[in-house]
Every structure is written in structure tokens, then in C-alpha cells.
Ligand binder design. Sequence first.
Ligand code: S3P
Length: 188
Amino acid sequence: MQLFVFISDQIFETVNRIRNLNNIYLIGFMGAGKTSVGRILAKSLRMGFVDIDDRVEKELGMTISQIFSKWGEDYFRDAETKMLRVVSGNGAQVIATGGGIVLRDENWDTMREYGVTVYLRASAEVLWNRIKHNTTRPLLQVEDPFEKAVEILSRRIPLYERADLVIDTENLTPHEVSLEISEKLENF
Ligand code: S3P
């Protein structure tokens, strides 16, 4: 019984320490697992969870593909930047971002001001295998989507690598990635 109380005290202390870092922003390319890992991480840390793409879709009443085709990418990026700012001020949450959040300096300013950034890293091949059958990503609706993904990823890698923490996700399940994030944040 005493041991149980001691262990739960320790877990409580760890969870509180991580929550004090404020928001945890998951960044990375399409297919990196930001949403699935985010849900698990939020649950384990007893924090709220928000997915920026999801919120933008709800706010505008359209899917990301519809927003891109009706209004264009810049319009989507503006909505994404605004939504990031809105959800960032809502207390300690795990926030799954869209893959392009790293493109704007003002998004970095928001993420740095309100929390810690975690890059879920994987190779182009692994990412491609996870997203190749999905048609909801407008940037990849081109003749050679793999080539396009490689091109976008290589341009973005230096941006993703600016994150406070980098997690190599390739051989890990979402639960394992979530656990590794908690462990690294403990010593952050
Ligand atoms: C994008 C990634 C998507 C979504 C949009 C643009 C990108 O989010 O925001 O299609 O530029 O990488 P996911 O990373 O959740 O797929």
C-alpha cells in the first residue's frame, strides 16, 4: 500500500512537472504520427488534446482539400497560423500541428512562447508508406506524389530540426513514441 502511494506520488510529480512546460507541440511531416501519438500522450499526461487541422476544418466548415482548392494554400496557412495562436492560449495541452506549421516564423514564435516543440522524425520511405493510400493531403495530389513528398521533406528537414526535442519514430509504436516523449520531457 505504501509502495503504491509512493509510486503514484512520483507519477503525479512527473505529470505536474511536464504540464508546467505548458503546451507540447508535435511537429513533423505528413504521416509522422502527430495525431495518434498526441492523443496517447495527452491521455497519459492527463492533458487536453487539440489537432490544428481538425480545428481549422471545423472553424471553416470545409475539409483541408476543399480549403486548398477553393481558397488556395496561402488562405489555409493564414487560418492555420490564426488557429495555432487561438489554441495556444488555452492552457497546457498537447497540440498536433499540420506538417507545414514550421514554414512561418510567426508560428515558431507562438510555439516557443507557449511551450515545447517535439519533432517526430522518420525517413521519407517510412512516411510515404504511411500516407501513400491517403488522398486527403492536397500537396501530394500530383503526378508523382512520392517525388513531391521527398522534395518537400528535404526542404523542411532543417526547419523540423529546430525543435526542442527530436524523437526517432521509425521502429516505434505510437505508445512507445509517447513514452519516449514523456521520458525526455522529464529531463528537459
Ligand atoms: C500539410 C500537412 C497536413 C495539412 C495540410 C498541409 C503540409 O497536415 O495541414 O494538408 O503542408 O505538410 P498533416 O501533417 O497532419 O497531414
